[in-house]
Design a protein around this ligand. Sequence first.
Ligand code: MRU
Length: 380
Amino acid sequence: MRINGRDYRTIWLGEDAGQGRSVAVIDQTRLPHCFETRTLANSDEAARAISDMTVRGAPLIGVTGAYGLALAAQEDASDAALEAAYARLLATRPTAVNLRWALDRVKALLLAAPAADRPALAFAEAGRIAEEDVACCAAIGDHGAALICAAAEKNPGRPVNVLTHCNAGWLATVDWGTALAPIYKAARAGIDLHVWVDETRPRNQGASLTAFELLSEGINHTVIADNAGGHLMQHGMVDLCIVGTDRTTRAGDVCNKIGTYLKALAAHANGVPFYVALPSSTIDWRIDDGVADIPIEERSAREVTHISGRAPDGAVTEVLLTPEGSPARNWAFDVTPARYVTGLITERGVCAATEAGLQELYPDLALESPCGDRLPARLK
Ligand code: MRU
């Protein structure tokens, strides 16, 4: 996507200037007020970038994990060192399954190869994962744009109103995004649309990142308080919701940013279609019941008690919101049961949020994880 007239992806490989390779990312903790990039020179820096949310969004976390393992192989390609780096990277964020998927993929390749070949193999595989993510997101965009076009045909003469939660745009992936890709593709195809952007407390990925993306792309949008969606749906002001996901079970339950579940309930109550966009790397074929079996990350209470923004002097400042001494809790994700999901928008097309729907689109992947492999509850 374009920022200030220049094409960017969220992650790219630095030149090898004799010191080994490095990886560059956009620092998302500084957006929307400052556009800065960071260099990740080793696997510890990659792990830190994931846990402090310099990079975030399920697909991008996966790609950063893959590059993190490549950086680890460059430092020490022994089995023991790779296992340690794998464990360190995997522990950074527990909910998005793309991280485990990407780390498993790179680790399996490396452990089967001679140590001397491992760094080059790892960087190549991480690059392939990044390219596949771009292709998946572009295809999700095409399939999802068809839904937006259909909504436009139903209501000629007025914009299609799409509501989205958190940031599932290009910043959350390598390029295009998941939930926002259909919006970009539909807008570029000339569909008149408008996006309701949930602010997405406590970290405000909607207000800061989704709004930044839509503004950069020139797409009509309005930032709303998280609590406004139900009211808008009740008054016919939302044609469809599209959100992303950090982990989708084989039965179609969807885990996404905290507050997604409430939006799905409001959509269900008001007859508003509720779509979830995802690449297949976000499907956890090992589990059925998302409420019981998806680990929900709990982050620092400080993200709830404090908020940051740009002060009149231009400085980005953090202020305290709550009375000093009030305790707070900060669950980062929730699970929307499949029955509230109208459809899953994947790189292979749109399917029902059911085991049969997913199996029909992914007979190859679903078969890789037969029932006997499913993990017992709470062991992920
Ligand atoms: O905590 P974050 O910002 O990493 O959460 C991101 C989301 O919840 C996204 O909706 C999800 O990762 C899908 S991104 C394409």
